[in-house]
Design a protein. Structure first.
Length: 86
């Protein structure tokens, strides 16, 4: 016959703390890469350019991008290279 185990409030509280600790650890690991991808508005601000100019940089291949849905993302290193060329 199977043995029945009950979960107490203390068990749930400990589970919650364990999950939060694990999530915090994962976020700390992700911090160095948090600047790896930038959105269009961030790129425009960094380069001091208009949306049309950013579109031209995409079209002529000056700035590589990845499109996810309707959003464009740019690698931070590519934007820094473009900034240094400017």
């Amino acid at each position: 016959m199977a043995q029945i185990e009950f979960i107490t409030k203390d068990d749930l509280q400990q589970f919650k703390l364990d999950i939060l600790t694990e999530i915090r650890g994962l976020l700390k690991l992700a911090e160095p890469d948090s600047r790896q991808w930038l959105r269009s508005r961030d790129v425009r601000k960094m380069l001091g350019i208009s949306p049309g100019t950013l579109q031209n940089l995409r079209i002529n291949g000056t700035l590589q991008f990845t499109k996810v849905g309707s959003l464009f993302f740019y690698k931070y290193d590519d934007v820094v290279k473009a900034l240094n060329k400017k």
